[in-house]
Ligand binder design. Structure first.
Ligand SMILES: [Zn+2]
Ligand SMILES: [Zn+2]
Ligand SMILES: [Zn+2]
Length: 234
């Protein structure tokens, strides 16, 4: 996404020379020079969480619609699904603006770091984020491989919603021996929100999602997302 903050400083330009091999030094340099924008970064991560939920719900409904069209063809049920899909499109339209509001608050170094990190479609396969998904009961904790496929196999045009599992992931829903009622979904949603660097864990999620970084770790972020997935046995 074009940021309008595209003029590189001299130091960035020098660090940029290594960027095809290791983006770590450039991202860490930018991270050190970024202040006072953590709130916008957290809000953007939370907006993306909402977007993912919406896109995963859309995927389930699209499959249901496909089933109806091929096999059962009950007109009333088809109408209900179509109207739910229409509602999701409207919600996406609004949520996308919420995401943009946060994105537009990103200052120079942050803006360029974010654009660079997000130019890699597999950014969300950062081990910190895979582990987070697994810990929350998502597909990264099983061998189905759903998250790994999302960057390339998404049937949706809603690219901002690509990432790990939400309460609406169809595979996660199937794997649970119980159905989450709406109140429990709301609790789960609220617990997944990130809000403050005073929470060590939220800070980890922020660094991995926005910058590709891990605190006190100098591994190349590009190597981290190329690694084969870890099967988190929890
Ligand atoms: Zn899942
Ligand atoms: Zn799965
Ligand atoms: Zn996952």
């Amino acid at each position: 996404m074009a940021s309008g903050n595209d003029i590189l400083s001299t130091s960035e330009r020098n660090l940029m020379k290594d960027v095809t091999e290791d983006i770590g030094p450039l991202q860490r340099y930018r991270y050190r020079l970024t202040y006072d924008t953590t709130d916008a970064q957290y809000k953007l991560i939370n907006a993306e969480q909402e977007l993912r939920e919406l896109v995963q719900k859309e995927e389930s409904l699209t499959k249901d619609l496909d089933q109806q069209m091929r096999y059962t063809f009950r007109v009333e049920e088809i109408k209900v699904i179509e109207s739910q899909l229409d509602d999701l499109n409207q919600q996406y339209f609004v949520l996308r603006q919420k995401w943009l509001r946060c994105r537009n608050e990103f200052t120079e170094y942050l803006s360029r770091a974010f654009d660079l990190w997000r130019s890699y479609p597999n950014w969300y396969l950062h081990p910190v984020l895979q582990r987070d998904c697994a810990l929350k009961g998502g597909c990264c904790g099983r061998s189905c491989g759903c998250c790994l496929k999302r960057a390339t196999a998404s049937s949706s045009d809603h690219k901002l919603g690509i990432g790990h599992c939400s309460v609406e992931c169809a595979c996660c829903i199937q794997s649970r021996p119980f159905e989450l009622i709406d109140a429990r979904k709301a609790e789960s949603r609220s617990l997944a929100q990130v809000s403050s660097s005073t929470y060590r864990y939220d800070d980890q999620i922020l660094r991995a999602s926005i910058w590709g970084l891990v605190k006190d770790n100098e591994e190349n972020p590009l190597d981290l997302i190329k690694r084969p997935p870890v099967h988190w046995d929890i």
